[in-house]
Every structure is written in structure tokens, then in C-alpha cells.
Design a protein around this ligand. Sequence first.
Ligand code: ADP
Length: 410
Amino acid sequence: MKRWFRVFIISIFALAAVSLVVIQFVQTRRTFSISDNMFNVGVSNAMDEVIKQLNGEVMQTATHPATAFNYKELDSLIAEELLINGIDMHPVVGLYDGTQGSFLYSSNPKLEDRLELSPYRFSFQPIGVVSAGQFFIILHFPDTELFLQRNTKLYTYMSLFLILVIAVMFFISLRTISNQRKLDQMKTEFINNMTHEIKTPISTIGLACEMLQDDSISQDAESRSNFIGIISDENQRMRVLVETILQSAKMSNKNFSISLKQIDMNTIIDKVKQSFKLSLSNRGGSITTMLEAVPSTILADELHITNLLYNLIDNGIKYSTDAPHITISTAIESDHFVLRVKDEGIGISKADQKHVFEKFYRVSTGNVHNVKGFGIGLNYVAQVVRLHHGHITLDSEPGHGSTFTVSLPV
Ligand code: ADP
């Protein structure tokens, strides 16, 4: 997916989401206002009925409303009529004498101030009342807001939840597409790098073979051994390369297991060191060993430990711009066989150190320095260490080299 297209899609989605929220807000307000009107009509209808009943039955013989009826009955009559009109609420009820300016009755005397200000005020003049006063039944609904909100809130929350679900799904889809694109890019890069990495040793071996076919060179023992050394080194390089790719793919399988046996690390280090002799001498580099671990034998998988060491040294050489100087040291530290591979190369920044053990991760400057690779070497190394129940740490500073420390339980 092109960048501009992604920006376009995200903008359209953001616009649609904002519009939805605005529409929802307007709709909620409208619903709220409709509910409010319906509520007022309901109260009005209920009170018409209440007053009709009061006038018709209870008040016929009364001389003053204060003595005319049972107030408890008034409360329940109002609640009943409200319920019939769809309002399931118990309001505070007051009987107000407009001429005296005082309450003859209120169901909650503490709320008389509120009652006086309430808009729900219904005038009634009982039939037969001698007193010429103006009387009102006043209702106060403390929970009107809550009652109205209850009806609209559910729909608002449901809509917001649906918008959220759509947004989450949208971003998951975008991320999947983006990951897919990255994977495609990585695959292409992987194939390009692999072709390059395999082509180089093949042409070097081809060249060395041609040289050996030349009589004048093959007669000279030193030149011959030199070219055979080149062939052997390049062959070893290709072997580890193919091995790393194959083993790394195999290790993804849960059933993968290693075959442990007693191996002498000093012998392995020596063997691997030999295979870099030629390439190092061509670049004026060196490998120094400080093998202090006693005993030097550990229970491990020979093939994988050899490849691990090869990968670490190969990286040390690859990522050194000047003559590569590698130091390999071993020691026994708190029941662990510790192997350190130190170089004086370009080093790795703190930010990259967190990722170098991830599969396919390559520091972006790797290509600038024209160093080709797959980004699986260190991931393979980390997996081998994990399978041996050990751990690996990296200590590095850009421009000052790196030290990889592998600790394997003895
Ligand atoms: P690659 O095939 O790219 O070398 P690795 O998994 O071996 O893949 O290494 C991952 C990245 O870590 C490399 O691209 C490189 O940038 C960085 N790196 C690894 N070893 C070193 C080192 N000794 N010095 C500097 N950078 C290194």
C-alpha cells in the first residue's frame, strides 16, 4: 500500500469517525429533548387526572384543603397516575396556599425551597371550598435528569462502543497490511542478500581453482597451499551460512532438539580460529585467545556451538572498518562456562542493542558500510544459547567495538 494511499484512507476514516461522533451527539441531544417533552406531557396528564379525582370525590364536603384529605393518599394517587403515564418516579409533593404564601403540606419539608421553585405547579380550586384561597399542588422531581439520561445513555454508550470497535478493527487491518508489506520487503532483501553472500564465495572458489590449474602456481608449494586455504575458508563460510539458515528455520519448530555430548571448547575455538586465518591476514587483522576456563569441556551440541562461535567472530570481522582485531576469552564464573567474543569494530547503539537478536533485524548502517547479511546470525546464536539453557549479553558502544558474552551452565 502506497504511503499517500494509507494517509488518504486514515484521513477518510478519521473524518467519518468524527462525523459519526458529532451526529451521535446531536442525536442524543434531540432524544434528550424529546424525552423531556414527553416527560412534561406525562406529568401534566397525570396531574389532570389527579385533580379531577380530588375534585370529584374527596373535596366535595371540605371547607379547606388542609383538612380535606389524607395526604398519604395524595402521594400515592400522584405516583399511581404518573406510573400510568409512563413515569416510574416518586416526586416530592407539596400543597401550597398561594394567598398565604406557605405550604399546607409537603412530603419532604426539607425540600420546600426547591418545591417553591419547581416548574411543575398545578392550580386547583376544590369544589365547595369556602376559603377564597389559590391552591397549588407542586411536584418536585429530584431525579428528572437521571430519569431522562437513563433512556438516552444506553444508546449513546452503545454507539460509542460500536465506533470504538470499528476503530480498533480498522487499525488492526492497517497494521496487518503494514506488517505484510514489511514481510514482503524482508523476503526480497533476504533473497538479494543470500544471492550476494553465496555468489561471492562461489566466484572466489572458482578463481582459486583456475589458479591451481595453472602449472606455474600449482608447482609452488606455498601458493598452492594458499589457494587451497582460500577454497577451504570459503567452503566453510558457505557451510556455516547454509547451516545457519537451515538450522534457524528448523529451530522455529517446537520439537527441535539438540544433541548434547562432552565437547572441548578449546579445540572448537582453535578450529574456528583457523578457518578465519586467511581472511584475517588479508585484512591485517588478528584473533587473540585467552582460554582460562578449566575444565574446558562442557556438555553441548558441537555443531551449533561451532556455528555460534563462527557467527560471532564473522560479525566481529564484518563490522570492523579497520583491521579486525578479535579477542576470544573463556572463564568459569559462578558455575557457568563463559565465552566472550570481543571486537574493536563499529559497535552498536543502545537502541539497536535491544533488537539485534530479533530475526531479520539489521542495523540500518549495516548496508551503508556495504556489509551484506540476513539478520538471522544473532537470532540463531540467541536460540542456540536458549536451547543450552544459557544466556547471552551484549556490551557495546558505537565506535568502540562490541563484546558478546555467552554463559552456559556447566
Ligand atoms: P547480519 O547477517 O546482518 O550480520 P546478524 O543477526 O548477525 O545479521 O546481526 C544483526 C545486526 O547486528 C547486524 O546487521 C549488525 O548491524 C549488528 N551487529 C552484529 N554483530 C555486530 C558487531 N560485532 N559489531 C557491530 N554490529 C554488529
